[in-house]
Design a binder for this molecule. Sequence first.
Ligand code: ATP
Ligand code: MG
Length: 137
Amino acid sequence: MEQTLSIIKPDAVAKNVVGKILDRFETAGLRIAATKKIQLSRAEAEAFYAVHAQRPFFGELVEFMISGPVVVSVLEGENAMTKNRDLMGATNPKEAEAGTIRADFAESIDANAVHGSDSLENASIEINFFFAQKDIC
Ligand code: ATP
Ligand code: MG
């Protein structure tokens, strides 16, 4: 069974829509194999988004990701990585299809409600970044 990592970002946590977003995953047939609410440190956010370190928005991205707590989850199911990306919608909520998480809950390209792994290789790296194997069940 495929696994992927989801992060409900600080904007969505602050809006109190964690349950509504987790419901989208479950309704789509994904199982929550692990979940926790955490406050990322600057060093953790920089390490997690290291692939974007050279991008012009890296500083803002890190500031935003540490602006409040996030909810990180391991989602499991058939085609979990692609299914989660479909549920999320486009990176820019203004371009996200109606009915997607970003269209319904996000305001802007930086405060865009959720993160989802973009490949199976990255899913594995990102899951291991946040969870020990014993905490995934
Ligand atoms: P994520 O990695 O968060 O799931 P994504 O894969 O849709 O989103 P990426 O291209 O990986 O998008 O960008 C990572 C994050 O960086 C985006 O979710 C967004 O919050 C932020 N970001 C991307 N492009 C911009 C931009 N032009 N300006 C500001 N922030 C941006
Ligand atoms: Mg990405």
